[in-house]
Write a new protein. Structure first.
Length: 237
């Protein structure tokens, strides 16, 4: 498993929390101190969180589990999409639609509409519509594609969710809790760690911090999937 460099974490600004006046007191065990008006996160706790999460994700991937990446804030969306695709997992990077999990059947039906729109737009049938309707269908497709494409192939509940900023993604966290889905989250000093199964205390506003930690978690998933593939090959011999 890839080694974790404390120096890399510090250079990425993982240790910078929020303003001390905006903190959640339940994050106290993860705070090293305060520099001026900013809380400083204990990087040792960050490393512990990453190690626990990587071990769990690797094992889950070895067992063929599904891990949903979630991060819709501007600083996280690109990384969430890239890293989820890199390890072949579903993702939500634009907007968490209410009921994505708790009303999964309805969401699946909307995916049917997305497929229908793609058939229309990609074929000759589009020409049979007026220019105004073509424009309307294109807008509908763009909106649905950005919201649903990342979970297009997810035909069952995920076994785990990787979340950037659980305060921002509170609706996703609530749905995971309701369904008993394990959560791993990059969590800053303004959030409640009690709501997360495997918290990773760290800066969830810095693009570099998010990229570094989410890529580590994706690496663990890939290592687990490689182990699963090796086992399958061995069993066939």
């Amino acid at each position: 498993m890839t080694k974790i460099s404390v120096q890399d974490l510090i250079e990425a600004g993982v240790h910078f929390g929020h303003r001390a006046s905006h903190w959640n007191p339940k994050m106290r065990p993860y705070v090293y101190g305060r520099r001026k008006l900013i809380h400083i996160i204990d990087v040792r706790e960050t490393v512990r969180g990453i190690l626990r999460a990587k071990k769990y994700l690797k094992q889950l991937a070895e067992e063929g589990g599904t891990i949903l990446f979630v991060g819709t804030k501007r600083q996280a969306s690109e990384t969430i999409e890239q890293q989820a695709k890199r390890c072949g997992m579903p993702f939500v990077a634009e907007r968490w639609l209410g009921g994505t999990l708790t009303n999964f059947r309805t969401i699946r039906s909307r995916l049917g509409r997305l497929n229908e729109l793609e058939d229309i737009i990609g074929g000759e049938k589009l020409e049979s519509y007026s220019k105004k309707m073509q424009s309307s269908l294109s807008r509908e497709h763009r909106r649905m594609f950005s919201n649903l494409d990342g979970i297009r192939d997810m035909d069952h509940f995920p076994d785990c969710m990787i979340i950037v900023d659980p305060k921002k993604e509170k609706n996703a966290v609530k749905e995971a809790q309701k369904l008993g889905i394990t959560t791993v989250a990059l969590i800053d000093t303004d959030s409640n760690p009690d709501e997360i199964d495997l918290p990773i205390p760290g800066n969830d506003d810095s693009i570099r911090s998010i990229e570094l930690i989410i890529s580590m978690l994706a690496d663990a998933i890939l290592e687990g999937k490689e182990g699963e593939a090796t086992e399958e090959i061995a069993s066939k011999e």
